[in-house]
Design a protein around this ligand. Structure first.
Ligand SMILES: Cc1cc2nc3c(=O)[nH]c(=O)nc-3n(C[C@H](O)[C@H](O)[C@H](O)COP(=O)(O)O)c2cc1C
Length: 365
């Protein structure tokens, strides 16, 4: 009911606030027997962590995750896995003004009107800090999917403000702070971000994600279609304003003779569907594109109102990401992993005994 739980069979319940003592989640439904250590989760958390380059927020959080339950002698037991991350760098003085005003583009106004009370420290529950436990949970899903099906999940930035980011080699993505697919663009991006930071403004961005080797048959029509649940998961990430699957909005400009992916005994001949037909995976790569809005907390003063409804100006001097899309990249991968793991378990529950005589055509990874 209250919206903090995600997934049906691989279910994650998230808790905490930006400036409370700790944040975390409970992962319920992870199959038993998966080798799991805190190091498996920390690798992914370190990719999302603040303060790792000058181009992201300088909030100092180690994001050290502790596994409190559900793992015995290095393997999951099938019981709830509780994950805890302490908040260490809570500089409440950075956010003092926010108690009396509403930041344009932020959730301050809507939270107050919904609950009648709001934790204004660092955005409270609306803070993207709450994506850290999802990244940790996603690391479990990802590990399980990798071992069970050889699923590979990866994402990269395709747009940073006005700059288009190309793909030279997926290996480049891990080598730069922008999750960019072409190292040749990195120097120009550094300059772009330094200028942006000096200007006190922010930009948005786009992220492309894909899941390879996903088995055919995942997804639950009518309303839990795989693409619907992916869009739901992605829209749940802070600052995401648009989601496309496969050809996405470009499909509107295509002809039927171009869009429908032809099939051969060797595989599909294109992937406009983005790996999903009728809400069910085809075995092709699942491809997702996201649009992320520019950071709301900027140093440039903007018009707003105070608690009494009087006009005021709001500028944010605290620490923030000039482009939140950069750190969103590992979050997108985590949420995609969680959706696919949940649907893989759901497929096993209902259709494990189904026999299909038509061969499944080779996957194009
Ligand atoms: C990784 C990440 C970091 C973020 N950091 C900030 C930030 O420093 N300042 C800010 O104004 N918004 C930040 N956001 C976005 C806000 O959390 C978000 O815009 C706000 O909660 C309102 O929700 P909505 O944009 O989804 O409607 C961040 C988002 C992500 C994904």
């Amino acid at each position: 009911m209250a919206g903090s739980t995600f997934g049906k069979l691989f279910a994650v319940t998230n808790f905490g606030e930006s400036h409370g003592p700790a944040i975390g989640c409970v992962v319920d439904g992870c199959p038993p027997g998966l080798a799991l250590s805190e190091a498996d989760l920390q690798i992914e958390l370190d990719r999302r962590r603040p303060g790792t380059s000058r181009h992201v927020t300088q909030r100092r959080e180690l994001d050290r995750v502790a596994i409190l339950s559900g793992v015995f002698e290095g393997r999951t037991t099938g019981t709830p896995i509780a994950l805890l991350i302490h908040n260490e760098d809570q500089k409440s003085r950075d956010y003092g003004e926010i108690a009396r005003t509403f930041r344009p583009g932020h959730a301050d106004y809507s939270y107050l009107h919904k609950y009648g009370v709001r934790d204004y420290r660092g955005g409270g529950r609306a803070s993207a800090r709450l994506t850290a436990p999802m990244v940790a949970a996603g690391a479990i899903a990802r590990k399980w999917l990798g071992e069970q099906y050889g699923v590979i999940i990866r994402a990269r930035m395709t747009q940073l403000g006005e700059v288009n980011l190309g793909l030279r080699d997926w290996a480049d993505v891990a080598e730069n702070p922008f999750f960019a697919g072409d190292m040749n663009q990195v120097a120009a991006l550094e300059t772009y971000m330094d200028e942006l930071r000096r200007s006190g403004d922010s930009v948005g961005g786009c992220i492309a994600a894909e899941a390879l080797n996903v088995p055919v048959g995942l997804g639950e029509p009518l309303f839990d279609k795989l693409d619907a649940e992916i869009a739901y998961a992605m829209m749940g990430i802070n600052a995401v304003k648009g989601v496309e699957i496969g050809a996405g909005f470009a499909a509107a400009r295509q002809r039927g003779s171009e869009h429908g992916d032809e099939m051969s005994p060797e595989g599909f001949l294109s992937n406009n569907a983005g790996g999903v037909l009728g809400g069910i995976s085809t075995g092709q790569p699942i491809t997702v594109n996201l649009a992320i809005k520019p950071t709301s907390s900027i140093r440039i003063a903007r018009r707003s109102i105070d608690l009494e409804g009087r006009p005021t100006m709001v500028a944010t001097e605290g620490r923030h990401d000039p482009c939140v899309a950069i750190r969103a990249t590992p979050i997108v991968e985590a949420m995609l992993a969680l959706v696919i793991a949940d649907h893989a378990l759901r497929q096993r529950a209902q259709c494990a005994d189904v026999v299909v005589t038509t061969p499944s055509i080779a996957r194009r990874t």
